[in-house]
Design a binder for this molecule. Structure first.
Ligand code: SF4
Ligand code: SF4
Length: 121
């Protein structure tokens, strides 16, 4: 195909690219996006930190009363996640015992940044 022919064909077609982030791309249902935490649901069991393959979850001191199986206990810790060390495997969400999950993957993109220390609390 000659270059001129290809040029004219491309002029009549819609662009193959989109103007992200102005235009949003369709996100499939099983998409694994940015990690998030529902702190109000977290009972501080540390299961998420134990199963995380990249060890990007740190349990930090945070005391408050929580309900577990009808009993009130004192939660001692809560998770914090190093955003850019998370590989979005979903294991933390799978093993988190709460309903709804206290730690979970959203359908948001993680974005990019120069600060490696971004922490999700
Ligand atoms: S999704 Fe991220 S935070 Fe959760 S277990 Fe996997 S790597 Fe760790
Ligand atoms: S987020 Fe879930 S798995 Fe992690 S400490 Fe809280 S309750 Fe346990």
């Amino acid at each position: 195909m000659s270059v001129l022919k290809e040029m004219f064909e491309n002029l009549t077609h819609k662009p193959a690219t989109i103007l992200y982030p102005k235009e949003k791309v369709p996100i499939p249902p099983a998409f694994r996006g940015r990690i998030a935490i529902r702190d109000e649901k977290c009972i501080g069991c540390s299961k998420c930190a134990v199963v995380c393959p990249t060890q990007c979850i740190t349990m930090v001191a945070n005391e408050r009363p929580v309900e577990v199986k009808g009993k009130t206990i004192t939660r001692k810790k809560k998770p914090e996640v190093e955003l850019f060390a998370c590989i979005r495997c979903g294991l933390c969400e799978e093993y988190c015992p709460t309903d709804p999950k206290a730690i979970y993957l959203t359908n948001e993109f993680s974005g990019a940044g120069t600060d490696k220390g971004v922490v999700v609390k």
